[in-house]
Design a protein around this ligand. Sequence first.
Ligand SMILES: Cc1cc2nc3c(=O)[nH]c(=O)nc-3n(C[C@H](O)[C@H](O)[C@H](O)COP(=O)(O)OP(=O)(O)OC[C@H]3O[C@@H](n4cnc5c(N)ncnc54)[C@H](O)[C@@H]3O)c2cc1C
Length: 455
Amino acid sequence: MLDTALLDDLGRALGPGLRLDQAALEAAATDDSGLRHPPQAVFFPRNADEIARLMGLSTRYGFPVTPRGAGTGLCGGCLAREGGLVVDTTAMARILSVDTINGVAVVEPGVVTKTLRDAAATVGLFYPPDPASFATCTLGGNAATNAGGPACVKYGVTRDYVLGLTAVLPDGEILKTGVATRKGVVGYDLAGLLVGSEGTLGIITELTLKLIPHPREVRTAVALFADARAAVAAVSAVMTSGICPSAVEFLDRACLGLVTELLPFKLPGDDAALLLLEVDGDPDTAARDIGRVAAICRDSRALSVLPADDAARREQLWDIRRQTSTRIHESAPVYLSEDTVVPIARIPDLIDALPGLAQRFGLTVYAFGHAGDGNIHVNVTGEAGSRERGHALVRALVAAVLSLGGTMSGEHGVGITKQPFIDMELSPRSLALQQGLKRLFDPDSRLNPGKVLPR
Ligand SMILES: Cc1cc2nc3c(=O)[nH]c(=O)nc-3n(C[C@H](O)[C@H](O)[C@H](O)COP(=O)(O)OP(=O)(O)OC[C@H]3O[C@@H](n4cnc5c(N)ncnc54)[C@H](O)[C@@H]3O)c2cc1C
């Protein structure tokens, strides 16, 4: 693929942004999926023209190119599965503008999500998509995966905030698509297609993002339940109450067991589970709504509801929530991260199915996540050598989720890890249409090959 002579040519054509040293190759060999696929070279471009030059070379010599942001993905999407070169976009990290009158930001793809959220907040604006990895992941990675997060239950996902984008196509052409306005319906929605395409159709080099007014007040509370079923049964009651919460996060007992020393309260019993609930808006509305949400939880058998009285306590609770997936990841050598979604009324059925799956395959199952939109992260761990069993469990899990009217991925995407299951969810016709789209953009399958769709 990339022999020494070709690597020399690339070095001359691409300059010092091309790295062949072991440290660079190793850093690009993994993401948070636990998979490992070292590339043969890593390129750190400074602008779209440099990426266009790279894709021109890829066209001429036929080597694969894989886009990468911060590498926090959970399904191997940014790994060079078929070798070749990784394009690391983290050096393209400028916020180019924040237009406070029109509520629009223009950013490079390597901007860290939190950096934009913080910059918007300083001028009274809000960029809502908030993956739990928001302190490290990039906006390019978020757009490529159509990332969600806790606030998406109220505010929607990344796609709802991408007005337009610029991308380098597999043949090296630079495409600007979408709008810089609040609305726009001219032609097919190519920006919407590139969002969520997991770096298989184009390399995003600029994003035009919608910002909204920042809520003035946020109120948070924790509701403790005797068990997971009781906790998730309360979710439907909250979501049908007429209040639109800005977060409804769930943690089961297994998850709480990994963060026990961080909890600022005592758990009520051995099977206890919790909901982390948030509302926002004007101070009066937020104060009223958190009271109503607390009352709904009590009516739905919460054993106690504990308000977070200040910003420090709120941050402490969110830190516990965010630490959960990291701790699960670190708890065992084999770790599979699934982000299934079911209709919220069916979450109790999904929760009921999990102990049986864990027992049948002899593995540990953790459930947590964005319960307000039915997006339950089912994490599977096991001892060394149990990966195959883990895959068998995931296959059974996907079948269960589909039978409940759900989907196997709400936000992490397909990448490598979910590809073996994609035909369980998509019809042959749907797959064939999507493979046709991929061929239209990338006839030789050089951009992020081996991801999402089977060939
Ligand atoms: C602790 C933890 C918590 C998480 N919580 C959430 C969560 O709440 N919600 C959620 O949605 N995800 C979550 N994730 C998953 C992950 O953070 C997201 O998928 C994120 O969007 C990936 O961004 P990244 O910059 O790390 O991209 P990477 O992992 O580097 O890449 C992800 C995909 O995007 C493609 N890509 C990256 N940049 C570009 C670009 N410029 N152009 C085209 N394609 C590109 C890659 O090829 C790959 O397919 C979590 C991960 C961790 C480790």
